[in-house]
Design a protein around this ligand. Structure first.
Ligand code: SF4
Length: 316
């Protein structure tokens, strides 16, 4: 039985993922987000503030090494936590171990990438930036660029400052050659206004992530907060400009009407303004999809893979 491994989980955002949980016994997080779906304890500054001593990295990595042969064809091995993984005191050893096992797996023909899912709270620390930069994909959350909203929505422990997180993300981008993904979770009445997204756009343009994922609540949250309609996510996404943006289609399939039929010129303009995923393209009527394939054959569309998602845009 696995104590630290879970999955493989099929994820639209990252493909087939095998997870490593660095806090399997209880939730440990330095935020207390209104939308959190994890049951648990008060927010903590340090891993050791609650419960037992941390599990040893050797114990975790041995379990990963034993488990990996059972899960061929993974897309990612994901460092995560029942809470925030950067609170785990031996994160450096875990990252080194995962990278070592990845090199071994690649020699045997596997192709998975290493990924961490973090709330971004410690990216202002040089040590954490140095550790995370070794990974192939780093996903950091940034729900808002407004300190007041940050306090209300993500409810960090005392001492965590949004300005330092954003500055840390900018510094991280300067040293990180892998795929940097920023995730924004939108909550009704809190960070769903154009003003909020204008601030986020300014922050994102200096962070320069490879991809931005925008979602809303889709599982029962810890507190009484509500999701926004999917149409709203698309509206807000437009404010962010031309980043590769991913809005999960699980929500789209149920609530969003199909995209309109576009002329050749309109489709080219759309692709110029914002890269589209394969899933986005499926939301257009067949005539527009045919036009897309025609543009592709003409060689004026470029394709870029970020995480396991393919984004299409107009060649510059
Ligand atoms: S950062 Fe993640 S784990 Fe922590 S409170 Fe927020 S949603 Fe929950």
């Amino acid at each position: 039985m696995s104590r630290f491994l879970f999955g493989p989980v099929p994820s639209r955002r990252f493909g087939r993922s095998l997870g490593i949980d660095l806090s399997p016994d209880t939730k440990r997080c330095n935020f207390d987000c209104l939308y959190c779906e994890l049951e648990g304890s008060r927010p903590v500054k340090k891993y050791e503030e609650i419960g037992n001593i941390p599990p040893s990295p050797t114990e975790i990595l041995e379990e990963l090494e034993r488990g990996l042969p059972n899960f061929p064809n993974l897309d990612v091995v994901t460092i995560t936590s029942n809470g925030e993984p950067t609170l785990y005191p031996y994160l450096e050893e875990i990252v080194e171990g995962v990278e070592r096992l990845k090199r071994k797996a690649h020699l045997k023909g596997e192709r998975w990438k290493s990924l961490i899912l973090s709330n971004g709270s410690r990216i202002g620390e040089e040590k954490i930036r140095q550790i995370l930069k070794e990974l192939d994909i780093v996903k950091l959350s940034l729900d808002t660029a407004n300190p007041k909203t940050f306090k209300k929505l993500d409810r960090p422990v005392r001492g965590i400052k949004l300005e330092e997180i954003i500055a840390g993300m900018e510094k991280f981008r300067q040293i990180y050659r892998g795929e940097l993904i920023i995730e924004i979770l939108v909550v009704k009445g809190l960070n769903d206004t154009p003003q909020e997204f204008e601030k986020l756009r300014d922050a994102l343009s200096s962070i320069s992530p490879d991809r931005v994922d925008i979602s809303t609540i889709d599982r029962p949250p810890a507190y009484r907060v509500e999701p926004v309609p999917t149409e709203k996510l698309w509206e807000l996404a437009k404010i962010l400009g031309n980043f590769p943006i991913y809005i999960p289609s699980r929500l789209r399939e149920t609530t969003l009407p199909q995209f309109p039929n576009l002329s050749r010129q309109e489709l080219m303009e759309t692709l110029r303004r914002r890269p589209l995923t394969e899933e986005d393209l499926k939301l257009f009527p067949p005539q527009t999809q045919t036009l897309f394939f025609q543009l592709e054959r003409e060689g004026i569309i470029s394709k870029r893979e970020i995480g396991t998602l393919k984004f299409y845009s107009l060649r510059p």
